[in-house]
Design a protein around this ligand. Structure first.
Ligand SMILES: Cc1cc2nc3c(=O)[nH]c(=O)nc-3n(C[C@H](O)[C@H](O)[C@H](O)COP(=O)(O)OP(=O)(O)OC[C@H]3O[C@@H](n4cnc5c(N)ncnc54)[C@H](O)[C@@H]3O)c2cc1C
Length: 382
């Protein structure tokens, strides 16, 4: 067993860290306060070539393995949470199905500009009546000659209000529930395709979120991504990547919140000594350090298992849950360390506290993850 990253991976991490330190971190407070999509920052990151990390070199990508891509996500999450969300949708879910199933023409026309950052991607699952329960999807796709006609409204779509194209899950066989789901590419400019206004959000400012509306949008045959009715069977691999990516974001948010709280605890005095000298304050740092190490180790193990093509559904789910709960506890502890000052927007803890709430839905709600893990454990023999 060797838990070390390779020299190449360490070098890559240092490069990404430098880019995040130079380009993103100085703007974190501004991005949070403005709550707008920072297109200039997006363009700068696109120029660095990272958007194609997971895609083959022939389309302008880097063809990186899972562990390397997770290093990127972990470093990026040290910056602005909303920018992280916008970028990760572009790099993972928003372009995954194009890369896997898109025709050559679609890849050249849509995937290549997306890798260059010129076109913005969205992924559309959620509807007003169906979030965790994908089987409740009502957006429909009906065959029309050699194409399909899509109809429905998607909600809570990251990049939705600014997307140039979207991968949409729709039912091609409503009575079949989950077994009737299929993926389609829809593009801005197609008659009937429209984007909602950004909704106000608790945190993750800097990513814009809203509706994507499909009013009888006709798409050509090669916009069906994969086979009809097989959509759910394609999700395993990419959802595990999303879970690990989300867990590593949790590790980074927690790390930033606790590092900041540590500085505060070293400075702030009460009853004649710094608050860092009180055991009940130190306990918060000890718990953070121990639980983050444990979660992060399991996350990278799951990433390694994806690269080794090993089944890691349980590891990815458990790691995402552990890391997110660790983070929610850490950002809460940071507010306790700051006490009254945590309530002020002048100090960072309230931003970490708000941003971390996205972890509870991204990559699966914790009730759904735990329900699956509990059922899987109960089925085990011996
Ligand atoms: C910032 C942000 C960005 C997002 N971006 C996107 C995006 O880009 N694309 C997209 O498609 N969606 C996006 N979403 C939506 C997100 O995927 C959903 O919020 C998530 O799937 C959960 O669905 P829901 O909110 O409808 O909750 P529900 O599924 O309605 O769940 C409500 C509650 O019931 C619980 N519950 C549900 N089923 C079970 C069960 N079987 N057992 C036990 N408890 C259960 C849940 O855990 C939760 O506590 C985004 C959400 C946020 C907050």
């Amino acid at each position: 067993m060797d838990f070390r990253f390779t020299d190449e991976q360490e070098f890559f991490r240092a490069q990404v860290r430098d880019a995040v330190d130079r380009l993103v971190r100085p703007r974190v407070a501004e991005i949070d306060a403005r709550a707008e999509f920072p297109r200039d920052l997006w363009d700068e990151f696109a120029r660095l070539g990272y958007f194609g990390l997971r895609h083959p070199e022939q389309y302008g990508g880097m063809g990186a393995d899972t562990v390397t891509s997770m290093i990127f996500f972990e470093e990026l999450a040290r910056g602005a949470c909303g920018f992280f969300m916008a970028v990760t949708v572009q790099m993972l879910m928003g372009t995954y199905f194009l890369g896997r199933f898109g025709s050559e023409a679609v890849r050249e026309r849509v995937l290549v500009p997306a890798i260059r950052g010129e076109k913005i991607a969205a992924i559309c699952f959620t509807e007003s009546q169906s979030g965790s329960d994908l089987g409740g999807t009502r957006t429909s796709a009906v065959r029309d000659g050699d194409g399909w006609v899509l109809r429905g409204t998607k909600e809570w779509i990251t990049n939705g209000p600014i997307c140039d194209f979207a991968t949409v899950v729709a039912t091609t066989d409503p009575p079949a529930g989950l077994k009737g789901l299929s993926f389609f590419l829809v593009e801005q400019g197609m008659p009937g395709f429209s984007r909602g206004k950004p909704i106000g959000k608790l945190g993750a400012h800097g990513s814009v979120t809203g509706e994507v509306v499909l009013e009888n949008v006709r798409v050509p045959g090669d916009h069906l991504l994969g086979e009809p009715g097989k959509g759910v069977s394609y999700l395993g691999d990419i959802l595990n990547q999303v879970r690990v990516m989300t867990g590593l974001a949790a590790c980074s948010i927690a790390q930033e919140a606790m590092r900041d709280a540590r500085e505060y605890a070293r400075r702030r005095e009460a009853f004649g000594k710094t608050i860092a000298e009180y055991q009940l304050i130190r306990e918060k740092f000890a718990r953070f350090w121990a639980t983050r190490e444990a979660a992060r180790t399991l996350l990278y193990r799951a990433a390694w298992m994806i690269d080794e093509k090993l089944d890691c559904l349980r590891e990815a789910m458990a790691a995402k849950w552990l890391a997110s709960e660790m983070c929610l506890r850490a950002v809460d502890d940071a507010t306790r360390i700051y006490a009254g000052n945590a309530f002020s927007t002048e100090y960072p803890p309230e931003r970490f506290f708000r941003d971390a709430r996205f972890l509870l839905s991204g990559g699966g709600t914790h009730e759904v993850l735990l329900d699956y893990l509990g059922r899987a454990y109960l089925k085990e023999q011996g």
